[in-house]
Structures are given as structure tokens and as C-alpha cells.
Design a protein around this ligand. Structure first.
Ligand code: MRU
Length: 368
């Protein structure tokens, strides 16, 4: 999407690869919306650290970062022995996989890269195939988000008020975003609507990232406190909810997403408001059978006990909010059960959550 810096719009992707220095180029998302900067990770361990420390975040974006990180790690290998090469690839794969546990996109992305590499007869061929496959994953992510926009746009009628939670915008993908794709497509079709961005404590991806994205694109929006959605729903001020997901179970339609999503889904059901989840195909987990089996990331208590912000002088600072002697619990995600979800917007169309498995052939699922 376009980012306007010092009055000049320029197109950016969240993730890219620099072949010359074998580095992964990332937007430093922790600094947004106060500063726009890109960084280059020099090796695969730095790429894994960038995922873990949330320089890059969001399911599709960390999927593409892991794909590039695997290609990067594979290109770091020196030697001709395929046995040693395979051992090295396995280590790189594990390092990147362990960076964050809830989103399934990094694993799906790296499985694709590894499968593509198998066609290479020697180390240089496999190295070249790995990078090609990572580029393909990133391009596919963009194409998927564009298609989500086409399928989802008709849901957004003129004058609607749409709630979204956390950031499933272009910063959470390679470009365009999943939950935001229908918004951008509806805007391109000339419809006016309003978006409420849940603040999304503790890291405030809604207040900082989604609000920044929508501002960059000129979409009418307001940030609301996480606790405000129920009140607005009760007053008839929200017509539709669209969120992203970090892992959707292909067998059940249960969807893991940023902590607080489940609460919004319960509220939407209570108030008869349609609740949609928008995902590229890399977010589908075809293996797990129960939502409760999805690994939920537990993050540092510090995120809940305090907050990052920028002072009036532009200095980035962390302040303590909670009582100094208190600890905190910080689950990063929750699971919304399928019965609370109206539909899942995918690149192949909109499905009922229970219909994913039946349509698995169209959705890139297992042929069993
Ligand atoms: O912890 P994050 O910021 O990586 O969480 C990911 C998210 O932003 C959300 O859960 C999002 O809605 C789905 S990711 C496309």
C-alpha cells in the first residue's frame, strides 16, 4: 500500500528480500505510527528474532518472513553434502517455527518452500528454488488478499459502521490485508462507511497500526477502547464485524485471533450483528481437530502492566500503568468457536465455518 512520508506517497510491502546481501527487509512495526523505518535482518537467526520481538507481526506477514527466512538460512549454507544440507535446513526451519507459536502461516509457508526445494538435484539448485518459492508465497499472499477484497466488498454497504479488532491490515500481511481488503475494495467502488478500530490492549495494534493504515488510505475511522464495543452494539452503532485470524481449523471453523476477539464475537451474536473472519489460505490448519488444541502464546506480563507511547517531544517511552507490586497474565490470542462466526471470507469465496472441510479441494486442503 502507499505510505505518505513527507508529503510523498510511495508503495511498500511489509516484507521483502535483498538478494545481494541475503537479508530480509521489514517495516519496523514497533515504531509505528510515530516513525516509519525499514530494517534488514542479516541472517536467519536475526529474522527469527524479528518475528519473536514483533518487528514484524501478523499471520501473513510472519508467514512471508518465515518463508524468506528459510530461504535466507538455506543460502547461508556452504558445502556440497546434501545430508549436511538437509540437517541445516531442519535447524533453520525449527528456529523460525519456534519464534511464535499461534499463527500457522509460518509453518504452512515453510512447508511450501521445503517442498519446492526437493526438486533440486544439488545444493545450489535447492538454494535457488527456496528463494523462488519464498517469493511465490509472498506474491500469493498479496493475490489472496486482493481476492478476499473482491469477495468481501459486497458485505460493506454505504453508510455502514464496521468494527475490526487488532490489525489484520496490510501490515499483518505482505500487502492489502485480510480484514481490511473488503474495506479498501468498497472504498475503491465509491462507498462511504466508517470503521471502529478496537484499541487492542496490551500492544494496541488497533490504535497504532490499523488506525494508521486507515488514515493513510483516507478511510473514515475512530479508535475505541476495547471495552466500548458492547455499548456501541447495544445502541445500534455497529452493523458488521470483520476480523482476521492467526489460525482457522479447516475441520471445524474455529478461529484463533488476537485476544479479545472471542468477546466481540459473543457480543455480536447477542446483538444479531454479522461476524466475519477474513483469511488467506495459508491461515488454514487442516490437521488439528479441536480449537482448544491451538497453541496460545503467553507473552510478557510487562505488556499488560505498562504501555509504550511517544512523549510530546517525540521520544518513545515505556510507562508503568499497573500497581507496582502486581503481576499480570497475558495470553496473546483466544479462540472463537465456529457457531459464533457468520462467514469466513477467503480468496475462493465466503464459506460457513462448518463448510471449509467440505470445500477443502478448493481451499488447498488435503485430498482425503
Ligand atoms: O500478535 P500479533 O500482532 O502478531 O497478532 C496478529 C494479529 O494482528 C491479529 O491476531 C490479526 O487479527 C490476525 S493476523 C492477520
Amino acid at each position: 500500500m502507499n505510505v505518505t512520508i513527507r508529503g510523498r506517497p510511495r508503495p511498500y510491502r511489509t516484507v521483502g528480500f535483498d538478494r545481494k546481501c541475503n537479508g530480509v527487509r521489514l517495516i519496523e512495526q514497533r515504531l509505528l505510527p510515530h516513525e516509519f523505518r525499514t530494517v534488514l535482518t542479516p541472517d536467519h537467526t536475526a529474522t527469527a528474532a524479528a518475528i519473536r520481538d514483533m518487528i514484524v507481526r501478523g499471520a501473513g506477514a510472519i508467514g512471508a518472513t518465515a518463508a524468506y527466512g528459510l530461504a535466507q538460512g538455506v543460502r547461508e549454507f556452504r558445502g556440497a553434502s546434501l545430508v549436511r544440507f538437509d540437517r541445516h535446513v531442519e535447524r533453520v526451519f525449527r528456529t523460525l517455527k519456534e519464534a511464535r507459536p499461534t499463527a500457522v502461516d509460518p509453518v504452512n509457508a515453510m512447508v511450501q518452500v521445503r517442498a519446492a526445494m526437493a526438486a533440486g538435484a544439488n545444493v545450489p539448485e535447492r538454494q535457488a528454488l527456496a528463494l523462488e518459492a519464498a517469493e511465490r508465497f509472498a506474491d500469493e499472499d498479496v493475490a489472496h488478499c486482493r481476492a478476499i477484497g473482491e469477495h468481501g466488498a459486497p458485505l460493506i454497504r454505504a453508510g455502514m459502521r464496521v468494527l475490526t479488532h487488532c490489525n489484520a491490515g496490510w501490515l499483518a500481511f505482505v500487502d492489502i490485508g485480510s480484514a481490511t481488503a473488503p474495506l479498501y475494495a468498497a472504498q475503491a467502488a465509491g462507498r462511504n462507511f466508517h470503521v471502529f478500530c478496537d484499541e487492542t490492549r496490551p500492544r494496541c495494534q488497533g490504535a497504532s497500526l490499523t488506525a494508521w493504515e486507515l488514515a493513510q488510505q483516507g478511510i473514515s475511522h475512530e479508535v475505541i477502547a476495547d471495552n466500548a464495543a458492547g455499548h456501541l452494539m447495544q445502541r445500534g452503532e455497529i452493523d458488521l464485524v470483520i476480523v482476521g485470524s492467526d489460525r482457522i481449523l479447516g475441520r471445524t471453523g474455529d478461529a484463533a485471533n488476537k485476544i479479545g476477539t472471542y468477546t466481540k464475537a459473543v457480543l455480536a451474536k447477542h446483538h444479531g450483528i454479522p461476524f466475519y473472519v477474513a483469511i488467506p489460505l495459508s491461515t488454514i490448519d487442516w490437521d488439528l481437530t479441536r480449537g482448544s488444541d491451538i497453541p496460545i502464546e503467553e507473552r510478557s506480563a510487562e505488556e499488560v502492566l505498562g504501555a509504550w507511547g511517544v512523549t510530546a517531544r517525540g521520544r518513545r517511552e515505556h510507562v508503568r500503568i499497573a500497581n507496582p507490586t502486581s503481576g499480570a497474565r497475558n495470553p496473546g490470542f483466544d479462540v472463537t468457536p465456529a457457531p459464533l462466526i457468520t462467514g469466513i471470507i477467503t480468496p475462493a469465496g465466503i464459506f460457513r465455518p462448518g463448510g471449509l472441510w467440505r470445500s477443502r479441494a478448493r481451499l488447498g486442503g488435503p485430498i482425503r
